[in-house]
Write a protein that binds this ligand. Structure first.
Ligand SMILES: Nc1ncnc2c1ncn2[C@@H]1O[C@H](COP(=O)(O)OP(=O)(O)OP(=O)(O)O)[C@@H](O)[C@H]1O
Length: 499
């Protein structure tokens, strides 16, 4: 890594109605370094990235220097011209085009594609990454990890000096994350700098050289990773220390709320049986693609099984659709909260109270705005949703705060059984502990909770029992208090599956 700072930004501010998303922020990037951008939900990380990549324009007064020369990024093309490429979480690729076409994208002249050139560019870019891939395969047929590699190949084929990644490991399995780290190391060797957003401390310590921290839209500091440890980094982000408390010390009731008997669904999951008790938090873990989400969706009528039976409070239950599931007082908070969880063009208040509008009627039989504001405000406080503007559209909240709104939306229904898929995905460390405490207190009040989580620390800190899945089957079940953590992780990764 060279010490040469090629990108320097200062006095970067960005004002949205009612919110100063960035306030006189600065950032500098050295050639070939891996630079992590960190901060709590709503700190301004995505906004800063959008400004660097020309998607958004800062308030007047911002200074951007490339190799000491003042530049502007009025649009995405301008920033690409300066060698800056951003890979967003949705990857912005086309599933109906081939790998080669996706890498070549945007280079056709007068609407004509030079197919030889297209293949040549794709082969060369993938070779630089030392990745084997059929360039004529449709992108949509590839795993998310491979699609991400295509996005990286595309970026470096545009002669990137800075590659920006927004939570790049969010949808990757354990081995795919290792593969991405390898790619990052290769890019460093080519002197390409990486700027990435992450909420995962272990990953930041593993791959980054320097870290810039933002808080409430303000610059807190930039440090070499060697100068920091987990606790000092959290202190910079949150302004206080946050401990990851082990909450799995409570005992749950003997009363069985849910019994699942040998449910199977072709190509999804096979022979799944388990019991969930009143007040229990049961974790489903395993690698991405192990069939956990498909299994829990079956319990909410979203992916009904072909075989087996489900009992609720000892009675056989039909769970063929969401309406039936809701009648049984089951709530489901999906992992993909953007597409499945929220109505982005509605306000936070609308989203939170949507499923309980019948409880919001006032004396006049009209919906009481006082009641709606009251209940929304309650969840704003409990989940620390920032900013606490209940009339703000869901789409205008930061990613992590959108997660919290989706959580609130289902918690208001006061379900008997709560199913939550990756409860703290994209949520910062301070809010993470708040969500953990909230789930624990709901369990204490008698709610039975199933959570799917890929984060081992979360599984062991929060759940009472854990089920490990692999290739659509249960390979292990244990109590988190007595269970052997290493054995469970081994089972998830290597576990033998009975035929
Ligand atoms: N289009 C918009 N309109 C209004 N406010 C916005 C808009 N986009 C972002 N904001 C606000 O700007 C602030 C910073 O948001 P940003 O998405 O940059 O945060 P972040 O650090 O990336 O958070 P997260 O970790 O949750 O993704 C937040 O308060 C957010 O509500």
């Amino acid at each position: 890594m060279s010490e040469h700072v090629f990108l320097e930004m200062s006095d970067v501010s960005m004002t949205f109605p009612g919110v100063k998303a960035l306030d006189q922020v600065r950032l500098d990037i050295r050639e070939g370094e891996v630079h992590a951008l960190m901060g709590e939900n709503g700190a301004g990380k995505s906004t800063l990235i959008k400004i660097i990549s020309g998607v958004q324009q800062p308030d007047p007064g911002a200074r951007i220097l490339m190799d000491g020369e003042e530049v502007q990024f009025p649009n995405v093309h301008a920033s690409i011209k300066h060698g800056i490429n951003a890979i967003h979480q949705d990857l912005s690729l086309f599933p109906n085009l081939t790998v080669a076409e996706n890498i070549y994208l945007g280079r056709s002249k007068n609407g004509k594609v030079d197919w030889k050139e297209c293949d040549r560019i794709a082969v060369e870019a993938l070779k630089r990454l030392e990745v084997q891939m059929d360039i004529h395969e449709l992108l949509g047929n590839l795993s998310v990890a491979k699609q991400q590699l295509v996005a990286i190949a595309r970026a470096i084929s545009l002669s990137s000096r800075l590659l920006i990644m927004d939570e790049p490991t969010a949808a990757l399995s354990f081995s795919e994350v290792r593969m991405l780290y390898e790619i990052i190391r290769k890019l460093k060797k080519e002197n390409i700098a990486i700027l990435f957003i992450s909420h995962k401390l272990d990953e930041v310590f593993e791959v980054s050289d320097r870290v810039t921290v933002l808080k409430d839209g303000k610059y807190v500091g930039c440090k070499d990773i060697g100068e920091l440890n987990e606790s000092t980094l959290v202190q910079m982000m949150v302004g206080r220390s946050v401990t990851y408390e082990a909450l799995n010390q409570e005992s749950y009731a003997a009363e069985k709320v849910l019994e699942v008997r040998n449910i199977s669904k072709e190509g999804n999951f096979k022979d799944i049986s388990f019991t969930l008790h009143k007040g229990e938090i049961l974790a489903f873990t395993g690698l991405v693609g192990a069939g956990r989400s498909e299994t829990v969706k079956a319990l909410f009528g979203l992916n009904p099984p072909d075989q087996g039976e489900i009992l609720i409070h000892g009675q056989k239950a039909e769970l063929k659709n969401v309406t039936q599931a809701m009648k049984h007082k089951i709530a489901f908070i999906p992992e993909d909260r953007h597409h499945e969880g929220l109505i982005l063009n509605m306000s936070m208040e609308d989203n939170i109270t949507l499923s309980i509008l019948n409880q919001m009627l006032g004396k006049s039989r009209f919906i009481s705005s006082r009641k709606r504001a009251g209940i929304s405000g309650e969840y704003v406080n409990t989940l620390n949703i920032r900013p606490g503007q209940i009339y703000k559209m869901a789409k205008n909240f930061s990613g992590g705060n959108q997660q919290k709104i989706a959580v609130a939306k289902w918690l208001v229904t006061k379900p008997d059984i709560l199913i939550i898929d990756e409860p703290t995905h994209g949520v910062d460390i301070a809010s993470k502990t708040e969500i953990h405490k909230l789930l624990k207190s709901l369990a204490k009040q008698g709610m039975a909770i199933i959570m799917v989580s890929s984060e081992w620390q979360e599984v062991f800190a929060l759940s009472d029992r854990v089920i490990v899945m692999r290739h659509g089957r249960i390979v292990h079940e244990d109590s988190t208090r007595d269970g052997d953590q290493n054995l469970m992780m081994e089972k998830a990764i290597l576990g033998e599956v009975k035929a």
